[in-house]
Design a protein around this ligand. Sequence first.
Ligand SMILES: Cc1cc2nc3c(=O)[nH]c(=O)nc-3n(C[C@H](O)[C@H](O)[C@H](O)COP(=O)(O)O)c2cc1C
Length: 408
Amino acid sequence: MSVVLKGKKIIIGVTASIAAYKAALLVRLLKKEGAEVKVIMTEAAQEFITPLTLATLSENPVVSAFVKGPTGEWNNHVDLGLWADVMIIAPATANTMAKMVTGVCDNLLQAVYLSARCPVFFCPAMDLDMFVHPSTQHNISVLQSYGNKLIDAEEGTLASGLEGKGRMAEPEHIVQELKDFFAPALSLLGKKVLLTAGPTREYIDPVRYITNGSTGKMGYALANAFAAKGAEVTIVSGPTQQVASQNVRVIPVQTAEEMYASVEEHFDGTDIAVFTAAVADYTPAEVSNTKIKKQEGDMAIAMKRTKDIAKEMGLKKQPQQFTVGFALETDQEEQNAQGKLTRKNFDFIVLNSLRDKGAGFGHDTNQITIFDHQQKYPFPLKSKKEVAEDIVSFLDEKIKARAADINA
Ligand SMILES: Cc1cc2nc3c(=O)[nH]c(=O)nc-3n(C[C@H](O)[C@H](O)[C@H](O)COP(=O)(O)O)c2cc1C
């Protein structure tokens, strides 16, 4: 298994060519690569290979019709189209390609094709004369002009016994094309990334704790953005409801002390460390072993300082390592962010101010300003996913610039 297709969501559209049997091998190879595969078949394709075979191999139900049965349940073509990272129509019949050209939408596969925002690959398969026919050749070029990616038919003996071009590309070749397509996006391939995310819980007694409003959304969005660029990602995570993508390793912790221990254990081997967690600065000096009983009058809890994880890691940071901090501020934002940048030896720091609308805890959006040691870079309000992609791209540029400096 290579990491390029691991976790990629792939729709395979199977149409009614004799080459449909090759779809079984394609599904198998993609599953071996760690991809998630869903198959959509045309009605006619089911004459060539059974949905049972493809459902078993893909480990997902095969869908074919708009409506599932007499209950009125239906297969949501828009959801399927949005789910996919890539769609491959293999084999693609002359008939299906003609429909794709004109936008005919009389089956589920066509509806998903029209709804998909992801790249679409198509692999024509047909007999020699059908393939060289001007209609087919015209349709192939129109489909390419729409941005669809052709995986061309190959030469050889055809099912009819004729020799020539028209065989569907071999499944191994299709998988290689997909890998080549996705590989350039993996600029952080092999890089080890360590993130902290979420809040910490500082226990007063076995049932009570002090925490904060961090949801972990930003940290998890970043983890997913790093993983999408091929990095090997570990999140040391305080308690959150967030779900990381399949190829992200999550180490759950609760207290600032546990988070510190876990980060310290993993920091030396990492290339990039990003500190997004809202770690408690103070923790109760004593933790009661039993639930504290209510008493007359007020109570005070003595607090002691926790270890500053980012600062401690900043002290042992090696020249090849990158560290990134986050600052959530309510006042004197720039001054505080720049102070932290220097004190904690970060390469850059991401500031979000609670004064900005839509920024900070709990929102799905965030507005950030990045400070490095030279200047500041303001960004507009965006979704946390887009903000994460901006931060990862910014870091990617920094890594490239450092590599160029070393090589100069
Ligand atoms: C045995 C047999 C093999 C066929 N092989 C092909 C083929 O390789 N390529 C093709 O374009 N059509 C082929 N056809 C014709 C298609 O099955 C037919 O055009 C069908 O309507 C396509 O439906 P679909 O595009 O909705 O899957 C074949 C038909 C039969 C009966």
